[in-house]
Write a new protein. Structure first.
Length: 423
């Protein structure tokens, strides 16, 4: 190979590595969820002992080496301190409480997307390859933004990203979904919990919810929800100005219902006048009783009883607003709600060459996985395919499914089903 060709090949490799990182970062930071995410810090001491320091953000992102032959990693999530205080002049030295971690099991799988990038004759193969990759990057970035945005939403509802929850017949990992254990409904103005309290919900529970007389998102139902969030010990997020809040992701229809609520309007009008700023100008719908509301057309989904799904049957329906008009499911969360496991060096661009080195396709492959922060007794944490009471992580199933109602602890998020309109 000539010197020029060698330099071109090295430049191509370096440029594509930068472009890959840029594309993935831009795609994530264009999602609604990026502002609530942070990376787990991994460090080693002089003896090679590894320590983990979670970010404490609602979406904890973790990149670590996965041993060959494994499809999961353990994500550290920060636990609260619960030990006794030291009183009076008693010696404090030696009473430090260990900063224990909860370990969230994260399954990962590869997903890929290709863009057609046909070209004519190549004067310089490597430069042309980079140009093709560069031109495809914005399209792949936009697709990846939509995909990642709905994957976080999917994880709040179903506990897993679809590359993990799809059946092995569809090249997924075949881990069964888990409907949220903290699932509530505005049933004719009363906040009702679905199914068995503190257990994952079932499709039958969702069918029951749709039979209720649903009312919309209102100040009255938020007044009932506030103490439930406290009782569930869901931690609030601390804003840049030091004001704690629970984030609420609502649909545009739920936003309109809130803005028609007199008490909500009055509370926010007083807050805006006192602060001298209007929350709507800051990208917020408003605040109420410790909640801050953000609207998103795609992330908030309706449950379709006919298909037992929040996202429809195709990727196109998942990228589009829900067409079901009977219910919308608002997402409320605090810190430590979602884990995102990212395989080290698991993202790359690929090119498919044909017709005597003409580029026909540019592809992006990603290896990651999402999991909702539910915790279970070890006795029910089995992986055997087929589900059942002892298989929370039922894996390797040929088709997608939902686990049974199993006792779970979730202290980080909650779903509220309402009618899209106020009444």
């Amino acid at each position: 190979m000539s010197t020029n060709a060698t330099e071109a090949s090295q430049a191509y490799i370096a440029n594509v590595a930068i472009l890959r990182k840029k594309t993935v970062m831009e795609s994530w930071y264009n999602t609604i969820w990026a502002k609530w995410s942070g990376n787990t810090d991994i460090s080693s001491d002089a003896n090679g002992n590894v320590s983990y320091r979670p970010s404490g953000m609602p979406i904890e992102m973790f990149t670590d080496f996965i041993q060959q032959g494994r499809d999961n990693m353990l994500l550290p999530m920060r636990k609260r301190l619960v030990g006794d205080a030291v009183y009076g002049d008693a010696v404090l030295k030696g009473t430090g409480e260990d900063q224990d971690l909860d370990w969230l099991r994260m399954y990962v799988n590869q997903y890929r997307k290709a863009v057609m990038a046909k070209s004519g004759e190549m004067q310089n193969q490597f430069v042309k390859l980079y140009n093709m990759t560069e031109s495809a990057a914005p399209r792949l970035r936009d697709w990846l933004t939509q995909y990642e945005n709905q994957e976080v939403s999917r994880t709040f509802y179903e506990a897993l990203s679809q590359n993990v929850s799809r059946g092995t017949n569809d090249d997924g990992t075949g881990v069964y979904k888990r409907l949220h254990p903290n699932y509530y409904v505005n049933s004719n103005g009363t906040l009702d919990e679905l199914g068995t309290a503190g257990s994952t919900k079932t499709a039958a529970n969702m069918t029951t919810a749709l039979a209720y007389t649903l009312l919309g998102l209102s100040s009255a139902i938020l007044q009932q929800l506030n103490p439930v969030m406290m009782a569930k010990r869901i931690p609030q997020i601390v804003s840049s100005k030091g004001h704690p809040y629970w984030a609420g992701i609502i649909s545009p229809q739920q936003k309109i219902a809130l803005l028609q609520d007199d008490d909500f309007q009055a509370a926010n009008r007083a807050a805006w006048q006192g602060a001298g700023t209007n929350a709507e100008l800051q990208g917020l719908v408003g605040h109420y009783l410790g909640f801050s509301f953000y609207e998103d057309l795609i992330s908030v989904r309706a449950y379709d009883d006919a298909s037992d799904s929040f996202f429809g049957t195709t990727q196109a329906t998942a990228f589009a607003p829900s067409t079901v008009t009977t219910n919308h499911n608002a997402i409320f969360f605090g810190n430590g709600a979602i884990g995102k496991g990212i395989a080290k060096n698991g993202t790359k661009f690929t090119t498919e060459l044909d017709d005597h080195q003409n580029t026909e396709e540019v592809g992006l492959s990603v290896i990651n996985g999402y999991n909702r922060a539910d915790y279970f007794d070890d006795a029910v944490a089995g992986e055997t395919a087929g589900g059942g009471a002892a298989n929370v992580f039922s894996k390797g199933n040929a088709t997608a499914g939902v686990i049974n109602a199993i006792a779970a602890i979730n202290q980080s998020s909650l779903i509220l089903m309402t009618k899209p309109t106020l009444t």
